[in-house]
Design a protein around this ligand. Structure first.
Ligand code: PT1
Length: 275
């Protein structure tokens, strides 16, 4: 069952990617801590609320997070993927940078790869080239445990653009058709608030890469920085950025708050209609 998803065709609406973290330490209090049945319920609710994609992650990549082993990560995500696949033919995305986890997830029924390392890990391009679903290539400077120590760029938009362009080329060289690729500038990944601001402000530049643009801003610390708001008080800020991103050409929005994001984006699309 491989739907080459709607997200890659240019005449579809914005797609919502709902976040399901199966981690004990998820930053936004959304970690459903290894409980497959609670995570499954959360995913089913997101599907009902209008998510086209469920993004399942077993290793936190928020600032300061520590890496976990392949076995640990698999033990968190695989039972959930198997269970959700029985219930639904929704697009299931595996949020992992490890080829071993990607492969196990695909075998369990995942049909999209979301990689914050843009397939730079040893063996990741190979796993991706043996698979035929969509792949999101994200930009990150450094690694999660230290990426916020001193992020620096010559010109953040150009630097991130060139990185993504090179990763698209690496994928093509590995036999991965660019129509399967999505690109993501990686809001919050080795970036100061000003870097994040510039990436969203100039998000339309990334559409020139010829791939669908995905953005994840949900509850992130830059919103907390601007609003002086704790993680549970960042919904309105997250929605404001999601609306802006769609207006600037984003095709997929990754969020914890599916229902509210679907509503905000439906209104944005209604307003952006021709005439
Ligand atoms: C993202 C993303 C992701 N974000 C994609 N995958 C996370 N494609 C995980 C903070 O500053 O944006 N795109 N997978 C979560 N990562 C973070 C990063 C969480 C920063 C929080 C922050 O608070």
């Amino acid at each position: 069952m491989t739907m080459l998803p709607v997200i890659l065709s240019s005449n579809t609406n914005t797609q919502i990617m709902g976040i399901v973290n199966v981690t004990p330490d998820s930053f936004s209090g959304d970690g459903v801590a290894m409980d497959v049945s609670a995570a499954r319920q959360q995913a089913l609710q997101m599907i009902q609320d209008g998510a086209a994609i469920i993004d399942i992650g077993g290793e936190s990549t928020r600032p300061g997070a520590k890496a976990v082993s392949v076995d640990e990560e698999c033990s968190r995500v695989i039972p959930l993927i198997e269970s959700l696949r029985q219930d639904s033919d929704v697009c299931i995305s595996i949020d992992s940078q490890k080829p071993g986890v990607m492969q196990a997830a695909i075998d369990a029924g995942a049909n999209m790869i979301n990689d914050v390392m843009a397939l730079q890990a040893d063996g990741a391009l190979e796993v991706a080239s043996q698979f035929d679903g969509p792949i999101c290539l994200m930009h990150m400077q450094g690694a999660p445990d230290t990426m916020q120590d001193a992020p620096s760029y010559d010109d953040v938009v150009t630097d991130v653009y060139c990185f993504l362009e090179q990763r698209i080329a690496a994928c093509e060289a590995a036999g991965i058709a660019s129509k399967r690729l999505l690109v993501d500038p990686g809001f919050g990944f080795g970036k100061m608030p000003e870097h994040n601001r510039l990436l969203v402000k100039h998000l339309n530049r990334f559409t020139e890469l010829g791939c669908a643009v995905l953005l994840g801003v949900s509850r992130k610390s830059t919103i907390g920085h601007v609003l002086d708001a704790d993680v549970d008080q960042r919904l309105a800020g997250s929605l404001a950025l999601a609306v802006l991103a769609v207006t600037k050409g984003a095709r997929v929005i990754r969020t914890h708050d599916v229902r509210d994001t679907v509503d905000a984006i439906r209104i944005t699309e209604w307003m952006n209609n021709e005439s």
